[in-house]
Design a protein around this ligand. Structure first.
Ligand code: 5GP
Length: 181
């Protein structure tokens, strides 16, 4: 085999949360969300891009009617230091007035992004506003008033990738959550 025919070996980050761990926890979160809303229709907002995998898995376990909305957000600054200033890169399609809204987030680190999103959505007069985050780093939290209604896993203050989460747009497709040093 010549050099250019050899398959490229990509770096595989060590597993922190396995596919099975994630699947079990996502089902548990969905069950709690089902208990909260019963048959009430909700608008579930997926924050792009990192939440896309979590969102699509969660959605498939929700039993109430769900209107799917996507909100493109990117934090100013870099991954290691969030400024809390968020740029909306793709806005919602439908008004939220009178809707029961669930924000679905991949990870809450300082909490500044989710706090910003809550203020951004509150002024759209939803009937209720709740938040779900797959991952939460309590040690990094800078918004003590932040309420997360459904938390998948509390994790230490380490940089994680996979299951939608990237490092410089890489690793989003990993089926598990791994750590980068
Ligand atoms: P915040 O600090 O505002 O809570 O989080 C800002 C954003 O930083 C998150 O939505 C996420 O995109 C990114 N982020 C924070 N911690 C991590 C991490 O450990 N891994 C990855 N891939 N992104 C992170």
């Amino acid at each position: 085999m010549s050099e250019d025919q050899k398959p490229v070996k990509f770096f595989e980050p060590p597993v922190y949360l396995s596919e099975a761990d994630i699947a079990t926890r996502v089902r548990e979160l969905a069950q709690r969300i089902n208990e909260t809303y019963g048959d009430q229709e909700i608008t579930a907002i997926c924050t792009l891009k990192g939440s896309v995998v979590f969102y699509s898995d969660l959605l498939r376990h929700l039993k109430m009617p769900v209107v799917c909305e996507f909100l493109g957000v990117s934090s100013y600054g870099n991954h290691t230091e969030s400024t809390g200033e968020v740029k909306v890169t793709l806005d919602l399609n439908e008004p939220l007035t009178g809707r029961h809204v669930l924000i679905v987030e991949d990870i809450v680190d300082t909490g500044l992004t989710l706090s910003y999103l809550i203020s951004y959505l509150k002024v759209k007069n939803p009937a209720s506003l709740r938040t779900a985050a797959l991952l939460f780093k309590p040690e990094a939290l800078k918004s003590p008033e932040l309420r997360i209604d459904y938390i998948g896993f509390e994790i230490p203050n380490r940089f994680v990738v996979g299951y939608g989460l990237d490092y410089a747009e890489k690793f989003r497709g990993l089926p598990y959550i791994g750590t980068l040093n």
